[in-house]
Design a protein around this ligand. Structure first.
Ligand code: TGC
Ligand code: FAD
Length: 392
């Protein structure tokens, strides 16, 4: 793979909207990605392997629980810092950002928000340091966009719960020590349970042959009469709103992360277009390639503004779920379109692993589907503005 020469575009001087702390956090993540992710990621993606050696580094840059209070081992940062960290990691690879998103927003967040003090103290510091890795089980073979229909269930056996069912498409599942699993009780109410590797009847087979997110490990969660201790139930919130609340936090991170992937594609295409000569002039001097590049920087700038404003609203506790949906949908769509255009700017070279663009493009096919598909987020906006839910 070519050396990482990335220079971040900031066409509207958005750095002026950031605090010194934001810039420090972002620059630390950016340097780490250049040093530890860029040199190895193509090889891991080609081999469809997760680079476990980067776990310690992710913890050091605050990617595991950026906004979780320091007393629980988190970085105690604000929402914009969280977004900037996700942006920089996804600039390297969406699969690596996935690992961090799941750990922070889908495992640490529910334990922090819905867990007991004992659960927080037991799990959060280990998750923040990367000693424990976690995964989040919501999706099932028969219930993806409609998680409220889930079939995984647990029964109160007096001194423990008995868990049965299966989850599909679970990021980090093959190596996670803990899983936050959503299941229905005997009354059909959804609750979160912390399931640990090693519990009898719990297995996590890996999902193979993905063309996308190849550097992220994906798997199933199978529960065959798993005895879950009663103290592993998350008591703070139940109902579908509990997992969906976690998704709000993860979707917010993705809205920022997608900008990173887009910036990398744009920066690569711009550099290539200036260097590549055809018909005795750089292809950057042709109107067609300028149209592509000019539209890319326009869309990136709009997405940056959307994400920044959402960060401010979220920090003030005012961001609605529908606003988060709009940003996730818009920014991922922006990134995937830029990846496709940028790939063309590189001609044949664009399909090789010498450059990051094709990997970003394939990764984004997962990002546009997980955490709520492109369609579902449109329907959430539709419901918000009309008052009519068109899902059902
Ligand atoms: P609905 O009746 O609308 O709502 C049920 C309850 O949930 C509340 N709610 C929310 N609460 C918090 N945050 C949100 N975003 C919320 N959206 C809804 C709602 O108020 C209600 O509460 P209550 O108290 O009245 O019961 O539910 P529905 O069954 O009609 O479904 C709505 C829909 C389709 C929007 C929702 O189910 C949905 O978002 N579907 C998409 C599923 C999804 O995003 N799955 C993601 C799985 S995790 C994943 O992909 C991780 S990838 C990670 C990685 O690798 O990075
Ligand atoms: P379906 O829900 O079957 O949707 C199929 C198509 O139908 C889509 O185009 C969808 O938009 C459309 N559709 C569905 N309902 C409607 C409707 N009402 N109106 C119009 N169109 C509709 N899940 C987890 O729980 N944890 C994870 O860690 C996790 N990681 C993932 C990692 C990867 C790589 C991938 C690919 C997925 C992951 N997921 C995870 C699952 C992901 O959230 C689901 O794939 C996603 O929510 C969509 O569900 P589905 O694949 O079952 O598609």
């Amino acid at each position: 793979m070519k050396p990482d020469l990335f220079e971040a575009p900031d066409y509207y001087n958005l750095d002026e909207l950031l605090t010194e702390e934001h810039k420090l956090v972002r620059d630390a993540a950016r340097s780490w990605v250049k040093r530890e992710v860029s040199p190895i990621i193509e090889d891991y993606a080609q081999r469809a392997a997760f680079p476990e050696q980067i776990i310690g580094g992710l913890a050091e840059i605050g990617a595991f629980g950026p906004y979780i209070p320091e007393e629980y081992g988190g970085a105690g940062l604000d929402q914009i810092s969280y977004g900037l960290i996700m942006q920089e990691i996804e600039r390297g690879d969406s699969g690596v950002r996935s690992t961090a998103s799941v750990q922070s927003s889908l495992v640490m967040y529910p334990i922090w928000k819905y867990g007991t003090e004992e659960q927080r103290k037991k799990y959060l510091p280990k998750l923040a340091s990367g000693e424990y890795m976690g995964c989040f089980g919501l999706t099932e073979p028969n219930h993806g966009s409609n998680p409220g229909g889930m079939e995984t269930k647990f029964k109160d056996m007096g001194d423990h719960y008995l868990l049965n069912g299966a989850k599909l498409w679970i990021s980090n599942a093959p190596f996670a020590q803990v899983a936050v699993v959503w299941a229905k009780n005997e009354e059909g109410r959804i609750h979160g349970l912390i399931v640990e590797r090693g519990m009898e009847g719990f297995s996590t087979p890996e999902t193979h042959n993905k063309w996308s997110l190849r550097a992220s490990a994906t798997g199933e969660l199978i529960f065959d009469n798993v005895k879950v201790p009663k103290e592993n139930l998350l008591p703070g919130k139940s109902g579908l709103g509990a997992p969906l609340g976690c998704l709000d936090s993860a979707r917010f991170g993705i809205a920022w992360g997608a900008i990173g992937a887009a910036m990398d594609c744009y920066d690569t295409a711009l550099r290539y277009a200036k260097e590549r000569v055809q018909f005795d002039k750089p292809i950057a001097a042709t109107q067609l390639q300028q149209k592509k590049l000019a539209e890319m920087i326009t869309e990136i700038t709009k997405a940056q503004l959307l994400a920044w404003r959402l960060g401010v609203l979220r920090e003030q506790g005012k961001a609605t779920s529908a606003q988060i949906s709009m940003a996730k949908r818009n920014n991922v769509d922006m990134a995937i379109k830029i990846a496709r255009e940028a790939r063309q700017v590189l001609g044949g070279m664009g399909i090789t692993g010498e450059y990051s663009i094709m990997r970003h493009m394939m990764n984004l096919e997962s990002v546009i589907t997980y955490e709520g598909t492109h369609d579902i987020h449109l329907l959430i906006t539709g419901m918000d503005i009309t008052g009519h839910a068109a899902f059902k």
